[in-house]
Write a protein that binds this ligand. Structure first.
Ligand code: 4NP
Length: 171
């Protein structure tokens, strides 16, 4: 797999590793799910050493916490282990560190754009823009909703992860 075009601009990583950062509000439901799912997709395709994968939240309320128990249980039902992850907040250095910064919803996207240094905003994308079959553009926040919201998150995240992997392969 080749490096994406803008990898050469990175100042704190060498080589051809592509780095992706998944971002939601709390970093305890959607973005840890995306990190865990995409990590398994990359591993299954033999690309785990070629792609750096991380997640963060725009908010700081849950920093240091493991993913929400409901997110962990839903992920485990499909074979994904989120238990080692710990929430952290997006840092301004993330924009230089990652090739793609993938927002779960429009509010995350707008908050990231407000934090982003000049000239790096093209790294910020809505994650579902990579989903081949999604009819919506945001991953709905499951935190305050019914339990099946977490399965819906997984459906959307698996779909977009498939598309993201194809995108990176083609880059
Ligand atoms: P996430 O979900 O952004 O998918 O991690 C949320 C987690 C916590 C809160 C909101 C959304 N909260 O308000 O604490």
């Amino acid at each position: 797999m080749g490096a994406v075009d803008y990898a050469a601009q990175l100042d704190d990583r060498g080589g051809s590793v592509t780095s992706v950062l998944f971002v939601c509000l709390g970093n305890i439901c959607r973005s840890p799910t995306a990190e865990g799912v995409f990590r398994e997709f990359a591993r299954a395709e033999g690309l785990i050493d070629d792609i750096a994968i991380d997640s963060a939240g725009t908010g700081a309320w849950h920093v240091g916490e493991p993913p929400d128990q409901r997110a962990q249980a839903a992920a485990a039902s499909r074979g994904y282990d989120l238990s080692a992850q710990r929430a952290r907040q997006v840092d301004p250095a993330d924009f230089a560190r990652h090739d793609l910064i993938l927002a779960m919803d429009r509010t995350n996207f707008d908050d990231l754009c407000a934090l982003c240094p000049p000239g790096m905003q093209d790294r910020i994308r809505l994650f579902l823009s990579f989903a081949p079959s999604a009819e919506i553009e945001e991953v709905p926040d499951p935190y305050y909703g019914a339990g099946d919201g977490f399965q819906r998150v997984l459906d959307l995240v698996e779909d977009a992860s498939r598309g993201l992997l194809e995108h990176l392969r083609a880059s």
